[in-house]
Design a protein around this ligand. Structure first.
Ligand code: SF4
Length: 474
């Protein structure tokens, strides 16, 4: 048994990060069994679930979308906000009920929540029916833990609080055959005061440039049309390596593979350089879309958050991007109700929204995460005030989203078709180069192709369009 320890998770040493290999030598001990995998949270978690899925398939399991039909349940959890935590424990109630009917059912919990001391304590004390708890550093060990459960029947907690390693032979069972996630780095060293990620995912560890490029080449050769380069702070890529290359060099090398579309998330304004903007504008296959978290428009709050930039610095960067890449769409993240945020400080955030007029935004009420410095601040702002501010912010964000989308009506844009519209089977959906969701009438033969689409109607969160001839595209 290995329990998480937040103090250990916070440590950063000069220890060199070594590349390690995943051990895929295990029997198909679960042949014929069914697994149910539920993923919470961000793109990083979704990509981790692609690794979990591959591991379960190598064990001989087949996926089911019905919890009640499963023999193995894996919940890949998120720790970023309190409601994700509540959702997981709510879902565990269903699993507990199912285990009463099917005592041989195996239940495993992984992901960021598993890295939290208080969560593991709660599972140990109140949820003894959970068989395995594993963390973000040892996803590749899940098959071994499951096999061990076939013999021993006690709860197995295997969570490591450490800086972490880099694995280079990970196998994935990817969600899509068109668009793929590619990890370029793991962990984060920024330690924003509200964020649990540097504790749950360890130290920043960048993969070597040539390994990332090789993965993109392979994806391209296998027919993939798009890659999204993933990291908690992609702009800091390479800072932990001794090779002298950084994110602009990586982006340029990936662009030269000629894969049709390249995206990246998430950016941090503090590490975003002019050279990176130049590379994005130089290559047609680097999409004109940047997710640039603002978090707050108040310098006082930004300082308390440990974000390392001011409102002015953010706006200057925003304007530089727009100047160099006028068509670039920029989205953001904003937290309202950081402890003791005043009305004036909140109004400063609205001011920045009015200045930048984001294409869209993920907006949240601040959620204290145990173990982070911000969670120790005594807060005087009521829940009602925070909710009211969130509504005001959302109204403004939605106003600009609709305005931006309306400006596209009548235009012809390239769209990568990703699949059938879930609700209306006569339609297919895809994304514009600027990352706008668009639904069109069209045949599923187009899935996987980049096609010209004329935008007919704009809504706040999506567009409707029709396919046009290639020659109509300017
Ligand atoms: S940059 Fe800040 S918010 Fe983003 S993962 Fe790192 S600590 Fe969290």
């Amino acid at each position: 048994m290995n329990l998480p320890d937040l103090k250990e998770a916070r440590k950063r040493t000069n220890k060199l990060v070594f590349e390690k290999k995943v051990d895929y030598q295990f029997p198909e001990a679960f042949r014929g069994k069914k697994y149910f995998l539920k993923t919470y949270g961000c793109q990083m978690n979704m990509h981790d679930s692609e690794e979990i899925r591959k591991n379960l398939e190598l064990l001989g399991c087949k996926e089911t979308s019905v919890l009640e039909n499963s023999d193995v349940v894996v919940l890949n959890t998120c720790a970023i906000r309190e409601n994700a935590h509540d959702k997981v424990f709510g879902y565990l109630g269903r699993c507990k009920h199912l285990k009463r009917e099917k005592p041989e059912l195996l239940i495993a919990i992984g992901g960021c929540m598993s890295q939290e001391e208080n969560v593991v304590k709660e599972i140990k004390e109140k949820h003894p029916y959970v068989d395995i708890v594993f963390g973000t550093h040892n996803i590749s060990m899940l098959p071994h833990y499951l096999i061990a459960q076939l013999k021993k029947k006690e709860q197995d907690i295997e969570v490591y609080s450490m800086e972490g390693d880099v694995y280079e032979n990970i196998k994935y069972s990817r969600d899509s055959k068109i668009s793929a996630w590619v990890n370029i780095m793991y962990g984060c060293d920024k330690f924003c005061t509200y964020c649990i990620v540097p504790y749950t995912r360890g130290k920043q560890r960048s993969r070597k440039l040539e390994k990332i490029v090789a993965e993109v080449e392979e994806l391209k050769n296998n027919g993939y049309k798009e890659v999204t380069l993933l990291g908690q702070n992609v702009n800091a890529y390479g800072k932990d390596l001794e090779y002298g290359y950084d994110f602009k060099d990586l982006l340029e090398s990936v662009a030269k593979t000629d894969i049709p579309r390249i995206r990246f998330v998430t950016s941090h304004p503090w590490d975003f350089t002019d050279e990176m903007i130049c590379v994005i504008s130089k290559y047609d296959n680097v999409m004109p879309y940047i997710h640039l978290p603002l978090q707050s428009g108040s310098d006082t709050i930004l300082k308390k958050m440990g974000r390392r930039y001011t409102k002015e610095e953010y706006i200057t960067l925003f304007k530089k991007i727009k100047e160099k890449i006028p068509e670039c769409s920029i989205t953001t993240d904003i937290i309202v109700g950081f402890p003791n945020e005043t009305e004036e400080e909140f109004l400063e955030t609205l001011e920045v929204v009015n200045t930048c007029q984001f294409d869209s935004a993920f907006t949240f009420i601040y959620s204290p995460r145990e173990g982070t410095p911000a969670s120790l601040i005594k807060d005087s702002i009521s829940k009602e005030v925070k909710e009211e501010r969130l509504q005001r912010l959302n109204r403004l964000i939605n106003h600009y989203s609709l305005e931006k989308n309306k400006a596209l009506e009548g235009k012809i844009v390239p769209v990568l078709i990703l699949g059938n519209n879930e609700k209306d089977k006569s339609k297919i959906y895809g994304y514009t180069d600027t990352m706008k969701l668009i639904n069109i009438n069209g045949s599923k033969e187009l899935i996987g192709q980049i096609v010209p689409v004329k935008i007919q109607e704009a809504k706040s969160f999506s567009l409707d369009g029709i396919m046009v001839k290639e020659s109509e595209m300017v």
